[in-house]
Design a protein around this ligand. Structure first.
Ligand code: ADP
Ligand code: TRP
Length: 323
């Protein structure tokens, strides 16, 4: 049985791109009986850029509620808040001392933040070591990540190997699992949907607000009567990710025939989102109104994760000569 582990940033409420591109595929993988899955909310990592504790808390709950609403089963998957298993902080320090300074200083994500942010704190520099500890602490074999995280996985392997060479076999060397064919969901402006671009569709918004977002999708100015090109239209593109094959074909024909306005297409997209995700929207709202339930579910995961974490740390402490 392979252990799969991945961390989810708690930097916002998951949007349609996150749901289709990350949440649904990860849940499918976690539900595969051949996998032993660990999924956690990386709230310690969020300390590097989010300085408002209430926002951190709300995003952490929002992420948890979204994953649970989309079918994550906390009995099958070890689903936890990173900060609930503080053993990871001790391992981070141990690993820092096996992480060469030039490797950290040359990391693409660090250099990028150095250029962009006015406040570059030590956490941003150490970020990859905390990520390495997240992975190594749980003896993960495979780590599904986006391409942007591949370098962090290389660093994790380097750090784990350096430690193993210095102190003797201690850690499993993990492998990144990068899906080369991930679909990129467009945002309401046609660029990749991303919270950094302010172009997201949050399907968990109340009806009226969600409808408003859909009505804001940018289109060209072709008049209603004229035929339109579905393949260059953001509304059609989004529709084609959520509607059935028949419905997609019907909308395609409507575009090509003419006499069909973008307003009608937006209305159809809105209705489809509300219908398709009605169960998930309701579950999300219920969880967000019942944070104790979320805490209870996350605690089940943290208790299971801690058992593995403590076993690993015991091994590490012995190797380091502490005990
Ligand atoms: P954002 O770009 O909104 O900050 P993240 O970088 O936090 O999103 O991504 C979290 C996960 O969601 C990653 O696995 C990423 O590949 C996936 N993801 C993000 N945006 C999209 C998108 N537009 N289409 C498909 N997947 C996406
Ligand atoms: N750094 C990852 C991201 O930005 C999130 C993350 C933290 C992670 N720890 C991890 C991913 C461990 C995989 C494994 O998306």
């Amino acid at each position: 049985m392979a252990r799969i582990l991945t961390g989810i940033q708690s930097t916002g409420i998951p949007h349609l791109g996150n749901i289709l591109g990350a949440i649904k595929p990860a849940i499918e993988m976690a539900n595969n009986p051949n996998n032993d899955a660990f999924l956690f909310i990386a709230d310690l990592h969020s300390l590097t850029t989010i300085f408002d504790p209430n926002i951190r808390k709300e995003h952490t709950y929002g992420v948890a509620a979204a994953w649970l609403a989309f079918g994550l089963d906390p009995e099958k998957t070890v689903f936890y808040r990173q900060s609930d298993v503080t053993e990871v902080c001790e391992l981070t320090w141990d690993l820092c001392c096996s992480a060469p300074y030039p490797m950290l200083a040359n990391a693409t994500s660090f250099k990028d933040k150095l250029d962009r942010l006015s406040d570059v704190n030590g956490g941003i520099f150490i970020y990859p070591v905390l990520m390495a500890a997240d992975i190594i602490l749980y003896d993960a074999n495979f780590v599904p990540v986006g391409k942007d995280q591949q370098q962090h996985l290389e660093m994790t392997r380097d750090i784990a190997s350096t430690f193993n060479n210095r102190y003797g076999e201690t850690f499993v060397i993990p492998e990144a699992k990068v899906d080369e064919q991930v679909m990129i969901i467009p945002g309401i402006d046609g660029q990749k949907m991303s919270k950094s671009y302010n172009n997201t569709v949050n399907i968990f918004l109340p009806d009226k607000e969600l409808r408003k977002v859909i009505m804001k999708i940018i289109t060209d100015a072709t008049p209603v009567e004229q035929p339109k090109n579905p393949d260059t239209c953001n509304v059609f593109k989004l529709y084609s990710y959520v509607a059935t094959t028949d419905k997609i074909e019907e909308m395609r024909q409507n575009y090509l025939r003419g006499g069909y306005g973008y307003g009608q297409a937006k209305e159809a997209l809105y209705q489809t989102l509300v219908e398709k995700f009605s169960k998930e929207r309701e579950l999300y709202a219920n969880y967000m109104n019942n944070k104790e339930e979320l805490d209870k579910k996350l605690k089940i995961g943290a208790d299971k994760a801690r058992v593995v974490a403590q076993e690993t740390l015991k091994r590490v402490r012995t190797k380091l000569g502490f005990k």
